[in-house]
Design a protein around this ligand. Sequence first.
Ligand code: ATP
Length: 327
Amino acid sequence: MEDGAGGTLRVRVPAKINLHLAVGPRRSDGFHDIVSVLQTISLYDTLRVHRNDDAHAAHPSARRHMRVALTLDGDEEAAGVPADASNLVLVAARRLMDHLGIGMDEDEDGDESGPWSRLHLTKRIPVAAGMAGGSADAAAALVGLNRLWGADLTIGALCDIAATVGSDVPFCVAGGTGLATGTGTSVARVLTRGTTHWVVGIDHAPLSTADVYAAFDRLEPPVPTGPDQVLHALRMGDLDGLAAALHNELEPAAIALRPELAERREAMLRAGALAAIVSGSGPTLLGLARDAIHARRLAAELEGHFDAVEVAAAPAGGPEILPGRAA
Ligand code: ATP
């Protein structure tokens, strides 16, 4: 990891899918309680983190202030990813620094004095697409900066900080397969057998999660459905059982806002997917394949129906620290 003065590392972090998503009525604080079975899937963003000082010289809290700057790859601002303090990477960095008692200084051009950390985000997870890309990036920041700064917080402590950043962030820190309850921030690990293969139909036009929940509130409430069937299929490695059990109560709301999703979902089924479902709040569509070869065949057949089509496997672990090159 070490790279001359300071240090650099990269964190590769996967997107998520919801195999089961049940949504309760809107609460008085505007949030919805959910019950969700989440799984990571092998579409990844990468966050490179670099610091100029020696993390081992002192515990990070001995540094009273630090400058933190974020840069993005070229096309990402155009795709709606903010480069300012509202980027979930910087929100997570600030929450971690608050926890460690470090103040965040504004980055002033050319000022190289004092400790600083530079973060660079490369996105491959579709943006505002129901795959928790921003939450994954926040998780990458927590895991990566915890290591880079030698803060040595446990995964449990990082999950507590993650819950203050966003509903999906604790799951993204933990990775694998989880059962999320409350507003999504309470996550229990789920036992699974085997790997599933998916075709992922991507629509570049974003769909706002808030808009999808507002549309959900205008529709008839769904008949209450529990996650048992999905949990059982995962435990048994029962692919057909999983295909029959996939459940997303935000799907009618996403389709109400983006009616063409219904036709595209049918196209996935016609092409031979075992099941097809909107991912989270959409507009990404997921088709369950029998195996990796089947997933590639489905992808080739579905190309004309989406802005982009990927194949991916689940579960895909959690944030993974890789050696990094200097920034
Ligand atoms: P979820 O499924 O968690 O609701 P999503 O996958 O639908 O999320 P994201 O890709 O996380 O959506 O992005 C939602 C919005 O968050 C974006 O439109 C953007 O304005 C903002 N955002 C902040 N930080 C990031 C980030 N690092 N990557 C992507 N979007 C970000």
